[in-house]
Design a protein around this ligand. Structure first.
Ligand code: CA
Length: 233
């Protein structure tokens, strides 16, 4: 079990909002909601959500504007727009503002859940189908069982250590900053000026497990001024 995937639902119609919350809670997601554009923007900008379901017709600020502003802050935030309007112009506008997908109302719940899963899969953080991670030819990690081995040595991990390892593995093409780890793994809002030492302590513990020489890491490397990067081979 990895941490629950967090979805933000921005929808002004109470019946639809509550219905969507029930559906995604039922499917094992952690769900928060907002009833208007401004509240939605504020919550979406916290950066703690893996995906935002965003209605177009909203009081305060419409969904296109919310999408635009969220994108200005975080261009990788997965967003799916919901709308009753189905003209091609709306679809083009929504996608050109950077929504990852577009679902027209009335939608089938099953269809919406599939679209959400598809966007999460593309964004690499959600619905991890991987059950094992491999580093080089000597480290194997069993995600579900919080266990693994390095050579012939058995390893065990805490839930948090596994979440860090999975996140770094999913983003192994680049370094990941301490702030991003606090945001995406711990779920702290961005810009809180959190104690980043807690990240370093977890990294040190992970190195003692997966590295043959923790002081000279081959896999879990430090990128000066940028954070940590997991090299997978
Ligand atoms: Ca609406």
């Amino acid at each position: 079990m990895q941490r629950k995937i967090r979805i933000l639902i921005v929808e002004d119609e109470e019946a639809i909002r509550n219905g969507l919350m029930d559906v995604f809670v039922f499917h094992g997601y952690e769900v928060d909601c907002a009833a208007d554009g401004r509240e939605g923007l504020q919550k979406a900008c916290s950066g703690i959500f893996d995906l935002v379901l965003l209605d177009v017709m909203l009081p305060g600020m419409d969904g296109f504007e919310v999408c635009n502003r969220v994108r200005a802050i975080d261009r990788d935030q997965p967003i799916i727009m919901l709308t009753a309007r189905t003209s091609d112009d709306d679809i083009i506008q929504g996608l050109s503002l950077g929504a990852d997908d577009y679902v027209a109302k009335p939608f089938s719940v099953a269809q919406l859940v599939l679209r959400v899963q598809a966007v999460l899969r593309r964004s690499q953080i959600g619905v991890a189908n991987e059950t094992r991670l491999f580093l080089g030819n000597d480290v194997e990690v069993d995600i579900a069982n919080l266990s693994g081995r390095r050579g012939t040595e058995a390893l065990s991990f805490t839930r948090r250590e596994m979440d860090i390892l999975q996140y770094l593995h999913a983003n192994s093409q680049r370094p990941v900053s301490r702030d991003e780890l606090l945001n995406k793994v711990w779920g702290y809002a961005k810009g809180l000026d959190m104690e980043t030492r807690t990240v370093d302590i977890h990294i040190a513990k992970l190195r003692r497990k997966i590295e043959r020489e923790p002081a000279a890491p081959r896999y879990l490397t430090t990128v000066r001024g940028a954070g940590y990067r997991l090299l997978t081979d």
